[in-house]
Structure formats: structure tokens, C-alpha cells
Design a protein around this ligand. Structure first.
Ligand code: HEM
Length: 128
């Protein structure tokens, strides 16, 4: 039987997406160290911030009011973020979207992540 794959509709869906994505990220040899070593992340604090961010981007809530660019500018000062890092981040994020969800919101997650990644990359590369 074909599994029923649904679209992203709720905070629970976003949490599943983000938790699954970060499981891949943490194990990734290219970008994992940014999260596990360089940023010294408090995951209990970071994960709900990411749920807020994606609920705001995808589901029209206004929960996230922080400065995404500044976080990556500071990270880039500790270790330079380069194109292969962004490409890997996007590949893992898109693969997670496709693995778990299907529909316009899941498509939007991929489109928006690409445009936000491009903005972050331009900012950190040219120190704008
Ligand atoms: C090279 C690719 C990327 C790496 C290695 C990376 C890594 C990180 C790390 C380590 C943090 C935690 C910073 C800290 O709290 O000290 C962070 C925060 C964050 N990242 Fe990324 N990131 C990448 C790309 C992206 C992209 C493409 C997006 C969005 C589409 C994104 C969205 C966020 C958000 C929303 C935060 C939370 C910032 C805050 O504290 O409010 N990141 N990222």
C-alpha cells in the first residue's frame, strides 16, 4: 500500500521536520561541527526557536522575532561559512521535506529555505 504523505499543517509537523533535519545535520561531517562544536548550542533552547521560525515562515504565525542574520554573522566569525556548507544544509533540509511531507507548504519550505540561505550567504560572504 502507498503510504499517505501529508503536507505541513501544524507546529507538530514543523517539530517533526526540524527534529528529523537536525538528526541528519548533527551526524553530517561537513556541517555537523558548526552545531556540535563551534556554536556550543543549547539544543533545548535552540529547537523551540527553530519551530517558531518555521511556523512563522510557513504557517503565517508571528512567533519569531529574532535576528537570523546576526546569528550567522557571529557563527561565520568563529568559522567561515562557505558555499559547500550552504549546499549541504539545503540538500539535507530538502531531503527531509521530501521524506516526510508532500504539498504546497512543503514545496514552500524548500523555496523559502533556498532564498533565505542565499541571503545569509551573501551577507556573510560580503559582510554586509
Ligand atoms: C551553512 C549553513 C548553515 C549553518 C552551518 C547554520 C548553523 C547555525 C547555527 C550553529 C545556529 C545557532 C547559532 C547560535 O545560537 O549560536 C543557527 C541558528 C539559526 N539558523 Fe542556521 N545555519 C545555516 C543555514 C541556515 C539557513 C539556510 C536557515 C534558514 C533557512 C537558517 C536558520 C537559522 C535560524 C532561524 C537560527 C536561529 C537564530 C536565532 O538564534 O534566532 N540557518 N544556524
Amino acid at each position: 500500500m502507498t503510504p499517505i504523505v501529508k503536507d505541513i499543517q501544524s507546529r507538530e509537523d514543523i517539530a517533526l521536520l526540524i527534529n528529523t533535519f537536525y538528526e541528519k545535520v548533527r551526524k553530517d561531517e561537513l556541517i555537523g561541527p558548526f552545531f556540535t562544536q563551534i556554536a556550543e548550542l543549547d539544543w533545548d533552547a535552540h529547537l523551540p526557536i527553530m519551530y517558531d521560525f518555521w511556523e512563522s515562515v510557513l504557517l503565517g504565525k508571528s512567533l519569531y522575532r529574532r535576528n537570523t542574520m546576526q546569528a550567522h554573522i557571529e557563527l561565520n566569525r568563529k568559522k567561515q561559512l562557505e558555499k559547500p556548507h550552504f549546499d549541504r544544509w539545503l540538500a539535507l533540509f530538502h531531503a527531509t521535506c521530501d521524506e516526510l511531507f508532500s504539498g504546497p507548504v512543503a514545496e514552500n519550505a524548500k523555496t523559502r529555505s533556498l532564498s533565505i540561505a542565499t541571503m545569509i550567504q551573501v551577507k556573510v560572504t560580503y559582510h554586509l
